[in-house]
Design a protein around this ligand. Sequence first.
Ligand SMILES: C[S@@+](CC[C@H](N)C(=O)[O-])C[C@H]1O[C@@H](n2cnc3c(N)ncnc32)[C@H](O)[C@@H]1O
Length: 266
Amino acid sequence: MTEKSLEKSVYEKLCGVVDPDDASVDARELVRFADGDEAKLSDAVGRRLSGEPLQYIIGEWDFYNCTFRVGEGVFIPRPETELLVDETLEFLKGRSDGEKTVLDLCSGSGCIAISIAKNCPEAKVLAVEKSPAAFEFLKQNIILNQVKVSAFNDDILDGCGHLTKGRFDVIVSNPPYVRKNELETLQTEVLREPVEALDGGEDGLVFYHAIADRWLPLVRPGGLLIVECGEDQAEDVKSIFSAASDGAVYTLDDFAGIHRAVAIKS
Ligand SMILES: C[S@@+](CC[C@H](N)C(=O)[O-])C[C@H]1O[C@@H](n2cnc3c(N)ncnc32)[C@H](O)[C@@H]1O
């Protein structure tokens, strides 16, 4: 069978179970992953049909201009999160010379911290992640991408004593932000990702309050704090930040024109 006809047959198996918009990409990626090994392909298709995310099956995913190892226990990098990296890199470009310190809270696979370090090698980048499983991926991804990122396995809500004594030019975060009562309505694939990566408490805003209280005061004057938020959370997050600081608060839109990030320049 040619690669194209193999893809077509996998596509047909996936359709009806996987969203048709995703099925053709999934079919192509799975055929590429199996690399001519029929047993490997059949196992991979079975896993996909059981609801396992494509990214976990192939074990890696691209984000920004880097590749990240992913698998059970770590949140899969999403394209909308690239907004945070773009804005941070643009901000760092405009900063005068001297050391530029960037802190990524809730780092997961490390996609934000590592992409920033790769594209702004002069920045000193630190990353904090609580989950031991995700932290293992973070460490692997730092090595894989050959960047210098200091990684800490700690809790941003009530740990990180040493880091809270520091000062940062940029603090960036894509924290958990799904409301507790919405967790069970998520797509099957998303439910295979760790719940601690998604659960933002009753109102989905627990992490934004903690970031405003504990972390925003650590941003140097003239520095930037930027967070991703859920589709309908930008106004709430803006209010939380405005109440905590006199800095200028603004939103950033994703490709669909939805407010997906809130930033504050102190
Ligand atoms: C939405 S994921 C984002 C991961 C990554 N930054 C990204 O954009 O793909 C949120 C991450 O926060 C981590 N996390 C949850 N609670 C935490 C806490 N209290 N302290 C530090 N990290 C936490 C989760 O384990 C998860 O990796």
